[in-house]
Design a protein around this ligand. Structure first.
Ligand SMILES: [Zn+2]
Length: 480
């Protein structure tokens, strides 16, 4: 039977409390949410998907070269058309032959992606990553962010014991106007609640497990109260709903919320053994709803989830910082004069930008980064022997780019995220030391020092010609 062989979670570092929201607006429309996760200015659905997937793929249970399918679920693709999955595959160095699926448009997208993976043969990667936005005075209040990644395979420690679907037209329940960025819904809450409760009840009742036996249920959770209401007609205990509810800590992360709730449940059910034992281990249920479709998934057993502690961690920011990070208050375009890198040249450098590919000189053994042009040690014109540098290293030099000091292509980032540090990072590889300049992200530049340990993370670098460019930045490794 197929199931979940490995999993990873990612939640952005920043948190905005509902108290802070209520203070700014006089009231909060985020019922049952204490704080919500806020993507940094250089994060989006793609960068969160890469982080969660890296964590899932760090498991010994899976070799990324064997993946046959990569499926992504999100309601907030960085671009209106295409480009999400090829970028994810490239950033993760997946096989170019991997089958791809991008599912979007509604909050049950994760169920559709998971379903594709369950039907596939061989190990399949599923990532749900989302950061919906709404009208700041009201609709945006509950909206958070996060990503959940699953590797689906045969003989997994967490076994999928059943899936069930129920679809019925429910016009006006959470939608976005064509071309619109803001989530909307017709404000007829009883109608919405009843429609969603009906669909969820039908789907969960069709599972081959007794919902009364579930010790965790991750149910469609646009706010903290909703999952309890949606299961009112089912014999699911409040304790089970609580065990699968994460919206109170990260906000409504769109297509990623229910998958993250499921991961929290599976991590809690981790028995520490490699062999799945669906008989003795608990049953978890995930109940998705989106766009008129409810989907239910039953899982027996559990597994340790890399990154699940992100649910509890985080750095609180104030409302003004929130508005800046989210780009609600950014002045107009900055005049030109910056470095322009053509798209073909950018594309040629992707292995360096995502995977830290460096080169060894066959003449002198010196290491060059990037591995192009002449050898940086002996200046010979040679063909480099390429290798992937480790993703953790040490800050060797540091400068802080303050107000007005940023090149134009980085000015928007600076307006949103404030001053940032640029470091020379040294990576200790078997072939030699790799040194490269890189931005330091997710850190107050005043807190970064020479000698600090840092790890690579894929982020938005800047946007040019309307195309977001992504690449490695480094974030501090927090000392335990
Ligand atoms: Zn050389």
């Amino acid at each position: 039977m197929r199931g979940i062989a490995a999993a990873g979670a990612y939640v952005p570092r920043f948190r905005l409390t509902t108290d802070e929201l209520a203070e700014a607006w006089g009231t909060s429309h985020a019922s049952g949410i204490e704080r919500k996760a806020v993507p940094a200015a250089d994060e989006d659905a793609l960068t969160m998907a890469v982080e969660a997937a890296e964590r899932a793929l760090s498991s010994d249970a899976v070799d990324r070269d064997d993946l046959t399918l990569a499926a992504v679920a999100t309601t907030t693709t960085p671009a209106e058309e295409g480009e999400l999955l090829p970028r994810l595959a490239r950033a993760l160095d997946l096989p170019r032959s991997v089958a791809t699926a991008t599912v979007g448009g509604h909050t049950a997208a994760g169920a559709e992606a998971l379903s594709r993976a369950l039907d596939a043969e061989g190990p399949a990667l599923v990532v749900a990553a989302d950061c919906p936005a709404g009208e700041p005075a009201e609709g945006d209040h509950p909206l958070g962010a996060g990503a959940a990644a699953f590797v689906v395979d045969d003989d997994a420690p967490a076994t999928v014991t059943g899936t069930a679907w129920y679809t019925e037209e429910t016009p006006g329940v959470r939608f976005r106007e064509r071309g619109g960025e803001e989530v909307a819904s017709l404000d007829v809450t009883t109608y919405q609640r009843n429609a969603i409760r009906e669909a969820v009840t039908e789907a969960v009742s069709s599972l081959p497990v007794d919902p009364a036996d579930a010790d965790a249920a991750s149910v469609h959770q646009p706010d903290g109260r909703f999952p309890y209401r949606a299961t009112a007609d089912l014999p699911v205990s409040n304790g089970a709903v609580a065990a699968g509810t994460v919206v109170d800590r990260i906000g409504d992360a769109g297509a990623a919320t229910v998958p993250l709730g499921l991961l929290a449940a599976l991590d809690a059910d981790d028995t520490g053994s490699d062999e799945g034992d669906a008989e003795s281990a608990g049953t978890s249920i995930a109940a998705f709803f989106g766009g008129g479709t409810a989907a239910a998934v039953a899982v027996g057993g559990g597994l340790a989830v890399e990154g699940i502690d992100d649910l509890e961690d985080g750095t609180t920011i104030d409302y003004a910082s929130y508005l800046r990070e989210r780009g609600y208050v950014v002045s107009g375009d900055v005049a030109g004069g910056g470095a322009h890198v053509s798209l073909p040249n950018w594309r040629r450098s992707l292995d360096q930008r995502y995977r830290l590919v460096a080169g060894v000189c066959p003449e002198c053994g010196g290491v060059s980064f990037p591995p192009e042009g002449a050898c940086q040690s002996c200046h010979s014109r040679i063909e480099f022997e390429e290798f992937e540098a480790p993703r953790t290293g040490t800050v060797r030099a540091l400068t802080v780019i303050g107000q007005g000091g940023a090149p134009p292509e980085f000015a928007e980032l600076q307006q949103r995220d404030g001053a940032y540090a640029v470091a020379i990072v040294e990576l200790e590889a078997a072939a030699g030391r790799v040194r490269l300049p890189a931005q330091v992200t997710d850190a107050d530049p005043a807190d970064v020092d020479v000698g600090d340990e840092v790890r690579a993370t894929v982020r938005r670098i800047y946007e040019q010609e309307g195309v977001p460019r992504y690449g490695v930045k480094f974030e501090p490794i927090e000392s335990e």
